[in-house]
Design a protein around this ligand. Structure first.
Ligand code: SAM
Length: 264
């Protein structure tokens, strides 16, 4: 297969298209994402924010985190973004018109701001794992924080999908699923200009079988292979599914990292 001229841009376009195609099926299938957005909301609502904070959300999806936060921080001025225009449209459709919100299609790791634009809070639930350069992205985002401003996010880390990788290893196949960063790398990625709090959680999500897991991934738009990987051929996939289904636990690990950075 020939390589695209710019593999990163090509991958980003595919990520946006795959999530976009799932924008109407996302909410009904995104159980883990709904739960994580709730937990991140609790953490964010404990942060010392001004009464009418300027908030930027990265990778809003259909708006789990957005809707939770709008209830808890009703006077905020919002900039809500996603790399997928269809996801952004779904999020917008779920918002009331009574709030100060602007919607933007934006790649969160190549943010484009007005020269005088800055934020009291930048938040994101389960989008940063799609970044190519996590540390560079955190630094760019931190540069647009107001003094004392926060970046609060949830992302997937290294142990995620370990049962799926094990099922591949058992049959000598290479998984194409997203590879997530180790916790230590996430910790080291923060800029040195602030205070960092990091917590991790392992969620063990039951699936009736491997096919049910793959179907959910497709329905939320997260079935995009990792950069440089291709989906397994059907015969290999059948062997992987049999291998996964022979594991009596029938669960998939989601290794969640909650990070809060507060600018000095
Ligand atoms: C798993 S969904 C999470 C959506 C939502 N935050 C939630 O908690 O349900 C990931 C979202 O991140 C978006 N996304 C992926 N890469 C992105 C990037 N580089 N910049 C902005 N959004 C991105 C996807 O389009 C998708 O809407």
């Amino acid at each position: 297969m020939s390589q695209p001229a710019n593999p990163i841009a090509f991958h980003k376009t595919s990520v946006a298209a795959t999530f976009g195609a799932a924008s109407e099926t996302y909410e009904a299938s995104a159980d883990v994402q709904r739960n994580v957005a709730k937990q991140l909301t609790t953490r964010i609502l404990k942060l010392p924010l001004p009464r009418a904070p300027r908030i930027l959300e990265i990778g809003c999806g259909t708006g789990f985190l957005t809707r939770n936060l709008i209830k808890g921080i009703p006077h905020a001025k919002w900039t809500i973004t996603d790399i997928s225009s269809q996801m952004l449209a779904q999020c917008r459709a779920g918002m009331g018109s009574a709030h100060d919100i602007s919607f933007r299609v934006m790649d969160g790791e190549k943010p484009k701001f007005q020269p005088d634009e800055c934020f009291d809070l930048i938040c994101s639930s389960l989008a940063f794992q799609w970044f190519e350069n996590f540390s560079g992205a955190l630094k760019s985002l931190a540069a647009s924080l107001a003094p004392g401003g926060h970046i609060a996010f949830a992302t997937l880390a290294e142990d995620s999908f370990r049962e799926w990788r094990r099922a591949h290893a058992k049959v000598g196949a290479k998984p194409s699923i997203l590879r997530c960063l180790p916790l230590a790398t996430i910790r080291q990625a923060f800029p040195s200009s602030g205070v960092v709090h990091v917590k991790e959680e392992h969620i063990s999500q039951p699936y009736s079988n491997g096919y049910a897991f793959l179907k959910k991934l497709r329905q939320i738009g997260a079935d995009m292979p990792a950069k440089g990987r291709y989906p397994s051929p059907p015969g290999t996939l059948r062997r992987v599914l049999r291998s996964f289904d022979s594991d009596p636990e029938g669960c998939m690990t989601y290794h969640i990292v909650y990070g809060v950075f507060t600018q000095n």
